[in-house]
Ligand binder design. Structure first.
Ligand SMILES: Cc1cc2nc3c(=O)[nH]c(=O)nc-3n(C[C@H](O)[C@H](O)[C@H](O)COP(=O)(O)OP(=O)(O)OC[C@H]3O[C@@H](n4cnc5c(N)ncnc54)[C@H](O)[C@@H]3O)c2cc1C
Length: 392
């Protein structure tokens, strides 16, 4: 277990250079970058670490490239990441198999904990099991309310990075920032199946697509099967459980059932498709999913989260001495160029997947013209390395 490295009293005693709210990939990498820049930084998460997170557990090549640039190129291998070399898609009677270098599979429990440990090793202080709410800003600092085990304190920092993921309750204290949730947003769900179940090969991303959602399955470092899904809200309601919704989609795609699937082992998320704007305010920048998310189909969220931390911290560092509105504009524009543009493929696929006939047509085309499947995979991974087709 990664223990807190500081208590509430000490957190209140300092004026921090930076407080980072949320210790997922965006927050942990941001805290590490702040620490490596020599500023004093507090990383806060509401959960005890290590913690699980609903996710497909695929760290794509873009994410691996950011880790490499940050000097963490060996992290995923060191903690047991499994190279993903095959892609298996089932949709409307089509079964597409491609051989491609797709990144690494690693459980989020282990991956996120390793990033937090890297941040602590760089000098960040870590406060787990602490709920943070970002408060108003005065001339020189921004407040952050911290609640831990029934006690509340008010900490202050020259810069705050909000990396609190989809829920965004942390941002409720900043009135200039609003989150818009897409009307037809899907919701996420996931579970882990014991290593014993053998129907799904390792080193492979299995993706089952149905009319009302999709289910992705990969084996992670201990051999267990990580299952992650996005469902239409009405479909879950009609199925009465995530387990039944997933079973229906796997059947529709012609995939084997998951062994011993009971609903109690599924965890759900809030609505997925959302956008939070603006992504900066006085002495505040927003990173990762907290700034918005589309859908998990393309498995890019970790890459976006890491990229935003890597690009956002150097900008925030400028504001520690003296914050100006130019810093806010710089992060808003950088975020638009960095993340906004790279979400186009994901948006296009999300649009297609909601139209069963169109999805069927694209699948048929990809089944017959492997170059199309490869083009999509390549675009998602931001990588030119897709190997020739091995089966169809
Ligand atoms: C079903 C599904 C499958 C996915 N599959 C993939 C995939 O295969 N590959 C991929 O790259 N991406 C995938 N994603 C997306 C990926 O999970 C996210 O994009 C990524 O986790 C974003 O990282 P983050 O650091 O922004 O937020 P998170 O990882 O959500 O971390 C946010 C952290 O903030 C903490 N927090 C929240 N509120 C507070 C508060 N008020 N105070 C203190 N702490 C707080 C939370 O406890 C959490 O630890 C998937 C998502 C879903 C839903």
């Amino acid at each position: 277990m990664t223990p807190a490295t500081i208590d509430l009293d000490e957190a209140q005693r300092h004026v921090w250079d930076a407080i980072v709210v949320g210790a997922g990939p965006a927050g942990a990498l941001a805290a590490r970058r702040f620490a490596l820049a020599g500023v004093n930084v507090l990383l806060v998460d509401k959960k005890a670490f290590p913690r699980a997170k609903v996710c497909g557990s695929c760290v794509n090549r873009r994410a691996l490239a950011v880790l490499n640039d940050e000097g963490l190129g060996t992290l995923v291998d060191r903690i047991g990441g499994i190279a993903l070399e095959h892609f298996h898609l089932g949709v409307r009677g089509c079964s597409i198999h491609r051989h491609a270098l797709l990144g690494k599979a690693i459980s989020r429990t282990r991956f996120d904990n390793a990033l937090v440990e890297a941040a602590i090793a760089a000098g960040a202080r870590f406060l787990a099991e602490t709920h943070a709410t970002i408060e108003v800003c005065d001339n020189t600092t921004r407040g952050v309310r911290l609640e831990r085990h029934g006690r509340t304190i008010h900490a202050r920092a020259r810069v705050v990075a909000a990396a609190s993921g989809l829920g965004n309750a942390a941002l409720e204290g900043e009135p200039s920032i609003r989150t818009r949730i897409a009307a037809r947003s899907r919701i996420g769900a996931g579970r882990v199946v014991d290593a014993g179940s053998s129907a799904y090969n390792d080193k492979t991303i299995h993706m089952a697509i149905g009319r009302h959602g999709y289910v992705g399955l990969v084996r992670v470092e201990d051999g267990s099967l990580n299952v992650a899904a996005a469902f239409d809200k009405a479909f879950i309601k009609a199925c009465e459980s995530s387990a039944r919704a997933a079973a229906a989609i796997l059947r529709e795609a012609g995939f084997p059932a998951i062994q011993s699937d009971d609903d109690g082992s599924w965890r759900g998320t809030v609505a997925l498709s959302r956008s939070t704007r603006p992504v900066a305010a006085r002495r505040l920048i927003i990173l990762g999913d907290a700034a918005g998310y589309i859908e998990p189909f393309t498995g890019e969220g970790i890459g976006w989260a890491l990229s935003s931390a890597s690009a956002g911290v150097p900008i925030a560092l400028e504001g520690i001495e003296r914050w100006t509105s130019a810093i806010e504009r710089e992060w808003i524009e950088t975020h638009r160029l960095l993340i906004g543009r790279s979400t186009l493929v994901c948006r296009g696929l999300a649009f297609t997947l909601r139209r069963p006939r169109l999805a069927g047509l694209v699948a048929k085309l990809a089944e017959r013209t492997p170059a199309i499947a490869d083009m999509i995979i390549r675009r998602i991974n931001a990588s030119p390395t897709v190997c020739p087709q091995i089966s169809n």
